[in-house]
Design a protein around this ligand. Structure first.
Ligand code: NAG
Ligand code: NAG
Ligand code: NAG
Ligand code: NAG
Length: 428
């Protein structure tokens, strides 16, 4: 009996010692690393501190009808509408103390996985107002291994540019484009803004693998890790909308247009045919492009001539990228044949809901009705749109607006952060 107890005691002692050694080693390891992963994780979770604006984001993401209705009512309430929003000046003061700024705003300052670290993504972000929306977008897509070029419209107020500069100055890998354009709707200047960022990004001492262009009303639907996985699966191909041009849109590049008093005007002068052998195609302003694609644009004399030719067309962003993507010698392009047409729904670049296509999916509509509001026929998403959107393959969606539905953005941001952190815990 005594013998058994003694043996048991020795066994326990052995266990304690073993546990003790393990614990000390782990502690030593964590202390040597400076921070415990669990604390890093906690520090990065987004917390909505003010209980007045509580929203059950799990319910929203699950598409729970009652929760969605409650959220909608909340966005309409005076208390919610009057919730504080940081101004340009607030951001300038706030980001003067970078370490406080990045900590309070919960920027992820270390790569969350080796896979992401080895696959840097470049961004061209074109903005003109709403610094709070820009900062929300940046902190959601930010990763230290990526690189971000921010193009601020030349006619934006100086304080807006200063606030964007001040935020960018907190990161080595976020910068303002070296050349800023006065961006006029539907004119070449919109494309030139992206081209300026492309040039700057190629100059950077970082071999990013893909380039994604964004505007201030875009928001991601995927975490950085999910994006890396989808981009790797493209195997060097680009992903953007490129379809046969409908006849009513041909005038956009058959006539010469020019900007008069900040508005684009048809001069009624016929343009020469495009200086390329392949046909013109239609698409959107947004692309997911391989580094080879971007490098090729500035190397090929034929493409440089085509780009010159595009400069006096109407809305060149909606046919230039789409046409480049169908030119046989362009890296990552697809063949000219119409069987290779890619719709916006089939490309990764952007999820957009057009009012005239919304409806009952079971009756043939491409997407369910918008639960937010429409601007120029485009849905500004509401919280009720999220469940369906998150099931799609797109990397980003357009348009979001905190003034229309801040809850949609809050829950999407929370959801993505939670997913990114869950992956982190799996890795550590
Ligand atoms: C949030 O909504 C979900 C339904 O999707 C529900 O299961 C959960 O209990 C709700 N949480 C709270 C705190 O109300
Ligand atoms: C950090 O920023 C927050 C938010 O602007 C501010 O309330 C706080 O005083 C700052 N802390 C320090 C140490 O600067
Ligand atoms: C660029 O990268 C090279 C090789 O990694 C390094 O030696 C050089 O210092 C870097 N230059 C700058 C300006 O960061
Ligand atoms: C930008 O264009 C508008 C309209 O043409 C003009 O009024 C404004 O002065 C321009 N701003 C700058 C900074 O060039």
């Amino acid at each position: 009996m005594l013998c058994r107890s003694l043996r048991y005691f020795r066994y326990r002692l052995f266990r304690w010692t073993l546990t003790g050694i393990c614990c000390s080693l782990t502690l030593l390891f964590l202390v040597s690393r400076g921070k415990s992963p669990v604390n890093q994780y906690r520090n990065l979770e987004l917390v909505e501190e003010d209980p007045r604006y509580y929203v059950n984001c799990t319910g929203i993401i699950n598409g729970d009808e009652e929760t969605v209705i409650l959220a909608k009512l909340q966005t309409l309430s005076i208390v919610y509408k009057k919730r504080p929003v940081l101004s340009e000046k607030d951001y300038i003061d706030f980001s003067k103390h970078c370490s406080n700024f990045t900590k309070v705003q919960r920027y992820i300052t270390f790569p969350l996985s080796k896979e992401e670290e080895e696959f840097p993504i470049a961004y061209s972000v074109v903005i003109h107002h709403r610094i709070d929306m820009f900062e929300k977008l940046l902190r959601t897509i930010y990763a230290p291994q990526n690189v971000y070029c921010i193009h601020v419209d030349k006619k934006s107020p100086e304080i807006f540019l200063n606030a964007a500069r001040s935020i960018a100055s907190c990161f080595d890998n976020v910068f303002i484009a070296s050349q800023l354009e006065n961006v006029t709707y539907a004119s070449w200047s919109r494309v030139q803004a992206d081209v300026n960022c492309m040039k700057d990004l190629l100059q950077r001492n970082l071999t990013w693998k893909y380039l994604i262009n964004l505007c201030g009303m875009d928001f991601p639907l995927k975490t950085n890790l999910e994006m890396v996985e989808k981009l790797k699966a493209l195997k060097g191909a680009n992903s953007l909308e490129t379809e046969k041009t409908s006849p009513h849109k041909e005038k956009r590049w058959k006539h010469s247009y020019k900007v008069v008093n900040g508005k684009i005007k048809d001069t009624d002068i016929n343009k020469e045919a495009p200086p390329i052998e392949s046909p013109m195609f239609s698409g959107g302003a947004y692309f997911v492009a391989s580094r080879n694609f971007v490098e090729y644009l500035f190397k090929s004399p034929k493409i440089l001539r085509f780009i010159e030719w595009e400069k006096d067309t109407y809305s060149p962003d909606e046919h230039m990228w789409a046409t480049l993507q169908r030119m046989p010698d362009v890296p990552g392009s697809v063949p000219v044949n119409n069987k290779f047409d890619i719709s916006d729904m089939n490309s990764l670049a952007r999820l957009v809901k057009w009012s005239y296509l919304e409806g009952d999916i079971s009756k043939g509509a491409p997407y369910p009705p918008c639960t937010g509001v429409h601007i120029r026929s485009v849905c500004v998403f509401g919280a009720g749109d999220l469940k369906w959107m998150l099931q799609q393959h797109h990397l980003f969606a357009n348009k979001f607006d905190t003034a229309v539905d801040g809850i949609a953005l809050q829950c999407l941001e929370e959801h993505l952060r939670h997913k990114a952190m869950y992956n982190l815990l799996n890795y550590t």
